[in-house]
Design a protein around this ligand. Structure first.
Ligand SMILES: Cc1cc2nc3c(=O)[nH]c(=O)nc-3n(C[C@H](O)[C@H](O)[C@H](O)COP(=O)(O)OP(=O)(O)OC[C@H]3O[C@@H](n4cnc5c(N)ncnc54)[C@H](O)[C@@H]3O)c2cc1C
Ligand code: SF4
Length: 344
């Protein structure tokens, strides 16, 4: 059985207190939300903070409020998010992404803030301490070399959060609070393409809330590739948000997940869509353009060339779903037919 290392636990009651505690020693303290990622990581000694600052008692982090769009507290659990009718109706892609994170039990504990700040993943890193020790560790923790690309000056671990790509596509921004004050940044600017330093958040900052603008006339969808259909981290994903006027695309955002150390925008594909009728040919062209920016590395589940190919398929399905096609029913039907007539 893997045991947690020793740590000091602090339980602030409000955000100011939490920020003050974090400011005491930001380099050696970490924030604990649901703990569904951080605690297993600590058991594997991937992260070994001297102090954990628990956010469970900070009430203001657990609110969802209406304004010009929605403001979601970082401490809102994924179960609560998926049960909220406003998310189900107006932000369908976000609902789909949150509903596909982990398992029901983990979604009951896991928060949206923890999901956005989720550690990057890699075959050489998400292992026990003994396993990592046997290969001399790696650059991300305790070692010098990146085993994925030995000449790489930086870690290439994969951004594996399901909600970040779709929230980026929805134009979300986040508020970061510290004892020095607060600032609002576009979600896209929260991430850096570096597996070790994947957040631009400062060590003394707390992600307090996520603002999603009102998106009248927009539709969104999220498709992910994972090993186990019941639950698993994404190894490629497509988040699509389109503003439609009938069948004409007024505006488009496509963001890919799990193909780099951060969510990746597919700007050329977006430009192809704007002002055009969303035909099958246009969807094929946009999906092809989107797959060009996907540069997965060989450090997660499935073969990397196939993962890159699957990006085209995920973007196609997401665009078709946003158009109104019943893609999920078609996929289920194909799966049933394959089951009934197995290939030799
Ligand atoms: C078996 C299993 C399967 C999983 N599958 C998926 C999956 O399919 N998709 C997916 O996206 N995730 C998956 N996860 C990871 C995890 O469950 C979710 O990402 C969850 O949303 C993390 O939220 P949390 O509140 O538990 O975060 P925690 O574990 O508490 O924290 C995660 C990180 O975020 C930081 N953090 C937390 N809150 C804040 C804040 N307010 N401000 C700044 N930093 C903060 C923590 O310090 C830590 O670094 C899986 C986990 C397990 C164990
Ligand atoms: S990408 Fe390289 S440095 Fe990063 S976790 Fe994997 S092996 Fe380690």
């Amino acid at each position: 059985m893997m045991r947690l290392p020793g740590f000091q636990y602090r339980a602030p009651r409000n955000i100011e207190e939490a920020a003050a505690l974090l400011a005491e020693d930001p380099g050696n303290a970490m924030l604990l939300a649901g703990g569904t990622d951080l605690l297993p990581n600590m058991k594997r000694r991937q992260q070994t903070p001297a102090t954990l600052i628990g956010l469970r008692g900070v009430r203001e982090l657990s609110e969802i409020s209406n304004g010009d769009g929605l403001t979601i507290g970082a401490g809102v659990t994924l179960s609560r998010l998926t049960g909220d009718p406003r998310i189900q109706q107006a932000y369908r892609g976000l609902w789909q992404a949150a509903a596909q994170v982990a398992t029901p039990h983990l979604r009951n504990m896991g928060t949206i803030g923890g999901n956005l700040c989720l550690d990057t993943r890699c075959t050489y890193y998400d292992q026990t301490h003994e396993w990592r020790k046997s290969i001399g560790f790696c650059m991300k923790k305790d070692g010098q070399t990146c085993w994925v690309a030995t000449s790489s000056p930086k870690c290439l671990a994969v951004s594996s959060t399901d909600t970040a790509p779709i929230l980026q596509a929805l134009g979300a921004s986040v508020t970061l609070v510290s004892s020095r004050g607060s600032r609002v940044v576009a979600l896209a600017d929260l991430y850096a393409n570096d597996g070790m330093h994947y957040l631009t958040r400062q060590p003394d900052e707390i992600l307090s809330s996520i603002a999603v603008p009102a998106l009248d006339g927009w539709r969104s969808a999220y498709w992910k590739l994972r090993r186990r259909g019941s639950f698993d981290f994404p190894v490629a994903a497509a988040a699509v948000a389109l503003q439609l006027d009938g069948s004409r695309v007024v505006d488009a955002r496509i963001v890919l997940g799990a193909v780099a150390s951060r969510p990746v925008g597919a700007e050329r594909a977006e430009a192809l869509l704007r002002g055009q009728d969303l035909t099958d040919d246009l969807i094929a062209a946009a999906a092809s353009a989107a797959s060009e920016v996907a540069k997965p590395m060989d450090n997660t589940d499935f073969e990397l060339v196939w993962r890159k190919k699957m990006v085209r398929s995920l973007v196609t399905d997401a665009l078709r779903e946003v158009r109104g096609d019943d893609v999920r029913a078609r996929r289920r039907q194909i799966a049933r037919l394959e089951w009934l007539s197995p290939q030799p």
